[in-house]
Design a protein around this ligand. Structure first.
Ligand SMILES: Cc1cc2nc3c(=O)[nH]c(=O)nc-3n(C[C@H](O)[C@H](O)[C@H](O)COP(=O)(O)O)c2cc1C
Length: 193
């Protein structure tokens, strides 16, 4: 393991639980893998532009067009990474729109997925993905499971790209007075990473 890509997306820059646990997880991985090179993408501090007409006009025909420079750079970061630590806050049952913008840039036919014998095949193989997910409510079990468009969406879209070796660390119930116990449970989980 040589290269780690660390992605932040919580817009809470003061006391985000996903940022706290994501940071501790990266520190832990760095201890276990001295020499690990880390690239950080903070999608809240430095939001990406949405894909637009300039992107769409070349996406199907000119993969090296200058309009795709940023997209190609983001894809290169992903391809280089052996391990990805992706932090996401839950907003309105899904992910931050800044993170969706990143996904729109990196889900690229011919670069991160392809079609083989009529079936899609992810090209981001052989990588470990950690999803560090903060949410105000509890969704991993109980009556609100069907409202969870955070973990299932990320597993689906990133799995489609080939990221199928996934470890999920959830910090749930932060709006229900459960933050301290959720942080402790997450810390216990990352200690074994
Ligand atoms: C704009 C906004 C929308 C939110 N929507 C939801 C939601 O739909 N469900 C939920 O459980 N929590 C929701 N929350 C609470 C966050 O998920 C919670 O604060 C969580 O801890 C965010 O992750 P973070 O601590 O890393 O920032 C929302 C918070 C904000 C600011």
């Amino acid at each position: 393991m040589n290269h780690l890509l660390h992605i932040h997306s919580s817009a809470n820059l003061q006391n985000s639980t996903s940022r706290q646990i994501g940071g501790q997880l990266v520190a832990h991985l760095r201890e276990n893998h001295p020499g690990l090179q880390i690239v950080e993408r903070d999608l809240a501090r430095h939001p990406l532009p949405h894909i637009d007409e300039n992107f769409i006009s070349v996406i199907y025909s000119q993969p090296d067009h200058p309009n795709l420079k940023l997209s190609n750079q983001l894809v290169d970061e992903l391809l280089k990474a052996d391990v990805i630590v992706l932090e996401a806050a839950m907003y309105n049952f899904g992910i931050p729109s800044t993170l969706k913008a990143w996904i729109d840039h990196v889900a690229r036919a011919g670069r991160t997925f392809t079609y083989q014998d009529g079936s899609p095949r992810g090209l981001l193989t052989g990588k470990k993905l950690y999803l560090v997910l903060g949410s105000g409510g509890v969704y991993s079990s109980g009556p609100r499971q069907a409202f969870d468009f955070q973990e299932p969406y990320l597993r689906s879209v990133l799995g489609f790209l080939g990221l199928t070796d996934v470890e999920v660390v959830r910090i749930e119930g932060t709006a229900m007075g459960q933050t301290e116990q959720a942080l402790r449970a997450a810390q216990e989980k990352i200690a074994t990473a």
